[in-house]
Design a binder for this molecule. Sequence first.
Ligand SMILES: C[C@](O)(CO)[C@H](O)COP(=O)(O)OP(=O)(O)OC[C@H]1O[C@@H](n2ccc(N)nc2=O)[C@H](O)[C@@H]1O
Ligand SMILES: Nc1ncnc2c1ncn2[C@@H]1O[C@H](COP(=O)(O)OP(=O)(O)OP(=O)(O)O)[C@@H](O)[C@H]1O
Length: 277
Amino acid sequence: MTVVEGFAPAKINLTLHVTGRRGDGYHLLDSLVVFADFGDRITVRPATATRLTVTGPMAPGVPVDAGNLVVKAAALIGVTADITLEKHLPAAAGIGGGSSDGAATLRALAEMAGVTVPRDVLSLGADVPVCLAGGAARMRGIGEDVTPVAGVPPLYAVLVNPGVALATPAVFAGLTTRDNPAMPNPLPTWPDAAAFVSWLGPQRNDLQAPAIAAEPVIAEVLETLLDTPGCQLARMSGSGATCFGLYDSAECASAAAGRLAQDRPGWWVMATRLNAA
Ligand SMILES: C[C@](O)(CO)[C@H](O)COP(=O)(O)OP(=O)(O)OC[C@H]1O[C@@H](n2ccc(N)nc2=O)[C@H](O)[C@@H]1O
Ligand SMILES: Nc1ncnc2c1ncn2[C@@H]1O[C@H](COP(=O)(O)OP(=O)(O)OP(=O)(O)O)[C@@H](O)[C@H]1O
């Protein structure tokens, strides 16, 4: 029996510029996306009907029915399987947990059944195409236009989630401006990690302000990250509430994570390497 295992890394929007809105209400984006070396794990086994079991420290509250993106992915690719999802990423947290799980499921089921992944996966969610591509990418359109980006260095980061779940539609609805500038085109080249991080500084996550308006604790997370020794940049990912801090070494990131975990026992804190693959 073919058993296939897959990894569903956290997705981090290093930038997230909202550049317009379509007639159907979806927003046009320009986002630089990378992936962490931390995430969920899935295992798929052939079965005559799809069945999902969710395990792991972040399993509570995650749907186990047709509402789970893993089950939707299986239906889209047309393969039935016994699927175990080991959940490590907080849900509704702006780090694409469900989308990354969906993309990992598509890859694993394609391998298990010897079929190809459908070309149009946007119906699963705006973040699924970028998660399926994997690796540093520029995401445009509403999420369907994904271009790999070369030259993004590996980054040492700390992810912090203060334990408030934010619904993506509500955060988009809180935007006060929707026609904001895109990132430069083409993107520059960066000689090293320091140049990359200083370029990143003036870029933005346009969803950060409406997310803070909805959950002011996000501003506290950003300030707390910036206060840790060696933090070069702190920004929110996706529609929040997870924020990332960038550091110039694994030691700095790990020391910051240790300190934050001690000082803020209610917050989810994780040191990770971004774009390490
Ligand atoms: C905020 C991001 O995470 C950035 O990477 C994504 O744009 C959202 O990706 P996602 O969670 O996979 O999004 P979906 O499940 O497709 O959409 C959730 C909701 O977010 C809003 N949405 C999403 C994507 C987009 N380009 N414009 C939007 O306005 C819509 O209200 C939509 O109903
Ligand atoms: N595999 C899954 N893991 C977690 N949540 C899921 C999953 N499938 C569906 N959901 C549902 O999707 C909602 C959003 O969770 P998800 O973790 O995908 O959000 P997110 O990290 O904010 O995503 P994004 O960054 O793409 O906006 C959850 O509240 C949950 O009900």
